[in-house]
Design a protein around this ligand. Sequence first.
Ligand SMILES: [Cu+2]
Length: 452
Amino acid sequence: MKKYYLVIFLFSVFSVIRSQSIRKDFQEMTDYEKSELVNAFYELREGPDLFNDLADFHMDFFNFDNTADPTRLDLHFNLPDEAERDIFLAWHRRQMFEMEQAVQDINPKISLAFWDSSVDQSTTGPLWDESFLGSFNSNWTLRRNLGGNGPLPTPTDVSNLMNFTDFLLFSNELERRPVHRGAHVWVGGAMPTAVSPRDPVFYFHHSFVDKVWQDWEEIHQSSSFIMTDMLRYDGTYVFDGQTLPVVNPNDITDSRTLGVFYGENGLAQLDNYIVSNTYRAEEVFYYQFVIEAGNNFIVPSGTNCSMESVTEINFTPGFEVVPGATFNASIDVTNGLSSKSGLLASNRKKPYDFIADLKPIVWEESEGEGKPVLLTATPNPFVDKITIRLDKKTDCAIEVFNMMGMLIKQETFQNTDKLEINKLYGLSAGFYVIRVVDGQGDILLAKRVVKL
Ligand SMILES: [Cu+2]
């Protein structure tokens, strides 16, 4: 192995737990990785059952629009008009990380992988093989209906997302259109419902969504959330006796801060990362094709790191191993990784109680399709009046509620797209909810506003 010299280097202190992983296209997974990941998934449903816990949480906080209390924080569909509470991409990134950590607690040499549903659209391909994700369908009563609903995205759908320069527009388009929606509805069963995280393919799909975000961030470098904490990762949630850490969504806008890299088409580039061993005594980066490490990839003194490939590992400028660090790079031509996990096949059946009345998610490409869309509610915060602009004229009533849920003001409007509520200066400062209700009493939209 080559020698590397100490370079004085200032690096920021990361507050986020980091591990390591090179996530690859599932098509690039080795047989070993596939069977170990399948075994780990089965094992996770024994004991505390992270699958069910993540699915229940995802359902409980799915979306509160058009409910009695639309001000409750939730995980989905807050864009474009509720940017102040949007955490969709960051939350699912942290969720992928939580699942991957659990998998690596069983076998630290494997990672999650992604399903690029714009490319692999077969209902009978290797993803659905009985030896891979296929077996979960019957063993866990997932009730998939592959290809029964669509469409899956096209490669152009994916590349067009890269043209958005504004993060919120990008995130909204990604969330509502086929790059995210497609796999959920196309797989069927649990996937188009709020308990989608019960299906292992959810983690392959959302790893792909996460990769698309990472690709966008590496181009535009402007991901930013208004919310500074996240449900579940707010320092209060306990799973399996452990309190989950506080995560600021703005700390994980680059997946590398979590130690997560994406390998693709035979190349994994490892850069801008400092090995910390925060989570694991040794960080192992495994990719059977070409690993290229450089550009501020640092292995500090006292840390342990190894890289394993079957073909090639290249070091480029900016790769540093500081004296006192333990670093190993190896070409493992036998791919001789020993099995770490595995339940007997007969123990794998652990069906879910199928929630019969769980309705598929209503996927609206844009907020309230066919209904008036709230364009703006200004000013917010307000002092004495609020002006609401809709994208089309309608007959409706505006209702203003206080945080106790009491209706404190109501006005009706005919055939208008600009609604004004005045004389609000008597209200005390704080949060209010405005709702637009149509003639049938259906809530068209609801938004939280702030009185100064
Ligand atoms: Cu989700």
